[in-house]
Design a protein around this ligand. Structure first.
Ligand code: ADP
Ligand code: MG
Length: 244
């Protein structure tokens, strides 16, 4: 644990309910969620993160979930809890697909799932949109690792669904990209992760000058060949055509 992490304030889940159940802490759902988290072994909420709207910090908050740091069975973790105002009923499908991706090192390790939450590894690093590579070499490494993870997802038959806008769906820690947010993922559609991500990364300000845009004829042709075979050779040709 870093010193910022060990000095961060710890609160009981009930004391932190305005963050855990943002934006509707006074709902019966919130009582059920807190009970469920306690039963699963979540001991404390930890005040870490830069999302400050609830009055207490969160690591992030999106359409589906509030993500906060917590102590679970003595370990510092991240918890994604279904937001009280979400239309979704459970986190189970997302948890299943995240666990599958985590088993292949694509997503952060999943420790436990409950009906309305995922308990998984806390990634200490910025989102891809806030990430600033230390060097061109490092930027290239991150992009290659990330595209490789998209290739693995394609092979697994899981379509992430939001990799055209990878800025908030990827976290970078020590030059390793981790894909998060399997909220829109599906194992029923034909996966298009690499194709989507190739378009997505060429729009990131820091990567734009390093990669060929995905509508460039050579990249398009390589992606077309890749979609037909999903082979490692075809994937490597895509990297080459992109200039990586
Ligand atoms: N394991 C994690 N470690 C640290 N921060 C995380 C983790 N998972 C998610 N976050 C943060 O929370 C934000 C929202 O998570 P996300 O899964 O995208 O939720 P939503 O489905 O609501 O969009 C992310 O963009 C990221 O900043
Ligand atoms: Mg998201």
């Amino acid at each position: 644990m870093s010193s910022a992490e060990s000095s961060a304030e710890r609160l009981s889940l009930r004391e932190a309910r305005r963050a855990v159940c943002y934006p509707r802490p006074d709902t019966p759902y919130c009582d059920r969620l807190l009970e469920e988290l306690e039963e699963a072994g979540v001991e404390y909420y930890v005040a870490l993160g830069s999302y400050r709207k609830p009055g207490l910090p969160l690591l992030g908050s999106g359409w589906a979930g509030n993500v906060f740091a917590a102590v679970w069975r003595g370990v510092l973790v991240a918890v994604k809890a279904l937001r009280p105002d979400s239309r979704r009923r459970s986190m189970l499908r997302e948890c299943l697909l995240s666990s599958l991706a985590a088993a292949y090192g694509i997503a952060p390790r999943v420790y436990a799932c409950t009906l309305h939450s995922i308990i998984y590894r806390l990634v200490r690093g910025p989102t891809l949109s806030r990430y600033k590579p230390g060097s061109r070499w490092e930027a290239r490494l991150v992009l290659r690792r990330l595209l490789y993870k998209a290739y693995l997802l394609d092979r697994l038959g899981v379509d992430h669904g939001e990799l055209v806008r990878p800025g908030g769906q990827v976290l970078v820690e020590d030059s390793e990209p981790w894909i998060v947010d399997f909220d829109s993922a599906s194992a029923r559609r034909k996966p298009r992760n690499l194709t989507s991500l190739a378009a997505g990364v060429s729009r990131l300000p820091w990567a734009r000058s390093m990669v060929m845009p995905s509508n460039e004829p050579r990249v398009r042709e390589a992606l077309r060949r890749y979609r037909r075979s999903l082979s490692l050779e075809a994937f490597e040709e895509v990297l080459e055509a992109m200039g990586l």
